[in-house]
Structures are given as C-alpha cells and as structure tokens.
Design a protein around this ligand. Structure first.
Ligand code: NAP
Length: 264
C-alpha cells in the first residue's frame, strides 16, 4: 500500500482539471505536492488549496513544451522539495483536427507537449529514483489511444506513443524499486473539451458518460498502490478497450457504420 505521508509528488498540469484535483487530493492525504503549469494565477489558487492540508507544497511556473529547459526545472524542483518520490505527467493539450485538415506543425506541436515533454521529465527524474531504488512515474494517457480516434488522430498518436514508452519502462524497471504506470481517462469534465485556438470545436459530451476530475484523480492515486501497468479511470472505459482489442476490425467497422449513419 502506497503511503502518501510526506511523499513528494510532482503533478504537471496542476492549474486545472485532473491535475488540480489530483494535487488537492494528494495534499489532503498528506503528500507534499509540487505543482507545475504556465498559468501563475490559477496555479497559485490550487497551491493555496493544497497548503490548507499540506503547508510545504510548492508551485513551479513553467512551459513544459520548452524541452531544453526541463532538466533545469527538475533540478530546481528537487532542490526545493528535497527529492521527487512520484512524478505524475498529467499536463497535456488537445488537437482536434482531422487527418485531412491538420498540418505537420499540428502533429509536431502536440507530440512535443504530450509525448516528448513527459519523456524528458521522466529521463530527468529517473537517475535519482534509480539511485534510491524507489519512486513512481505515472503517465496520463487517453481513451483516444484505445478506440476510434475520429478527428483527433494526431492527439491519439501522442498518447499511444506515451503508453508504449511507459510499457518499455515498466518492463525495464521490473526488477528495481521504481514503478511505471499508465492511467487512462475517458471523457472528463475539464477545460480540455472547451473551444481552443488551433482546434476544431469540441465534441458535445454526454454527462452520463463523463467522469469528474476527482474520479480520475482517485484512479491516479490508487495506481500507486498497484503493481499493474495500466489503470482505466472507469470500468466502462476498460470494457471499451477490451472490446476494441478483442476484434479491432469488427470494432472499427461498427464505429465506421455509426459515423456514416451520422453523415460524418
Ligand atoms: N478531459 C478529458 O476528457 C481527457 C480525456 C482523456 C485524457 N485526458 C488527459 O488528461 C490530462 C489532463 O487534462 P485535463 O482534462 O485536466 O485538461 P485541462 O484542464 O485543460 O488541464 C491541462 C493542464 O495541462 C497544462 N498545460 C498545458 N500545456 C502546458 C504547457 N505548455 N506547459 C505547462 N503546462 C501545460 C495546463 O496548464 P496551463 O494552461 O496553466 O499551462 C493544465 O493545467 C491531459 O494529459 C489530457 O490529455 C483528458
């Protein structure tokens, strides 16, 4: 059982949504949280909420798409927090563009933010974790990597890449005390699914199948007590992934039929 008490946990993308909910719940459980994002004002509000229960929590304003700056950021966070016991790579951006309308820049920028940035942060924290033979890296994926990806192909590809990178890490570190995890949210109520520059309009979401950030935060924290590679935020998402992987051709054919019937 993972004991959050005085564990130092870095949560990226902690200024809103899943990251904010995860940071606040970790702080409530006694962890010292390091919050990372660009928006200083929002981050300060989340930090204030964390400090109500975990006064030593800290915030670090940074643009995680600036890959060259990430080793220095990890050094700064390590010096401030003492050490990093857990890294939650949660920060991410959408890319709602169909394959026929997106540009190569679209594909590259979302890959930099959603794949290369967590890889760079992971590479920067691993040496100290290996030296202590203890630590966790949690990478936040998406159901986009597990089912049909209409209009979000470039985004889904970043999460598929992140999952396979994490899978390699999981196997390579199996004989050590360092653990790698993937958590897969489905549709979750947050700013992620709001209109954004460089993106097509968001899909309407069904409240009946939309998780709360707190639900996903619970799955992220639970995975730290679990040796499994992958954790789905909801049982429904897991069932969808199992159905897709059992017969991808049949699954995609039925999705294609549904989209045709909707004239998309
Ligand atoms: N919501 C969903 O339906 C859904 C579904 C599946 C997976 N996910 C994944 O869940 C994760 C969290 O998303 P969310 O739903 O909580 O969305 P969100 O509310 O939009 O949060 C995204 C977070 O990422 C941070 N971020 C984005 N670009 C950044 C950059 N260049 N540098 C530093 N931080 C950056 C944002 O902070 P700043 O803007 O302040 O920098 C924000 O804190 C993402 O990886 C997303 O892909 C979400």
């Amino acid at each position: 059982m993972w004991n959050p008490h005085e564990q130092r946990v870095v949560v990226t993308g902690a200024s809103s949504g899943i990251g904010a909910a995860t940071a606040i719940e970790l702080a409530r459980q006694g962890a010292v949280v390091g919050l990372v994002a660009r928006r200083k004002h929002q981050l300060a509000e989340v930090l204030a909420a964390c400090r109500e229960t975990s006064p030593h929590s800290q915030m670090f304003v940074a643009d995680l798409a600036e890959l060259d700056a990430l080793p220095a950021l990890v050094e700064r966070m390590t010096a401030t927090l003492g050490q990093i016991d857990v890294l939650v790579n949660n920060a991410g951006i959408p890319k709602r563009r169909t394959v026929t309308t997106m540009t190569l820049d679209d594909a590259e920028s979302v890959m930099r933010m959603n794949y290369l940035s967590p890889v760079a942060l992971t590479m920067a924290v691993l040496p100290a974790m290996r030296a202590r033979d203890a630590g966790h890296v949690v990478n936040i994926s998406s159901m986009g990597a597990h089912m049909v990806a209409f209009g979000v192909g470039a985004y889904s590809a970043t999460k598929a890449a992140l999952e396979f990178f994490t899978e390699a890490m999981y196997v390579e570190l199996a004989s050590t005390g360092v653990r790698a995890h993937v958590v897969v949210p489905g549709t979750t109520a947050s700013e992620f699914s709001t209109p954004k520059d460089g993106n097509d309009p968001p899909f309407p979401s069904d409240p009946a199948t939309t998780a709360s950030p707190e639900q996903v935060a619970a799955a992220i924290i639970a995975c730290l007590s679990d040796d499994r590679f992958i954790t789905y935020a909801t049982e429904r998402d897991q069932a969808t992934s199992v159905a897709r992987n059992a017969d991808p051709n049949a699954f995609l054919a039925s999705m294609a039929d549904r989209l045709k019937s909707l004239n998309r």
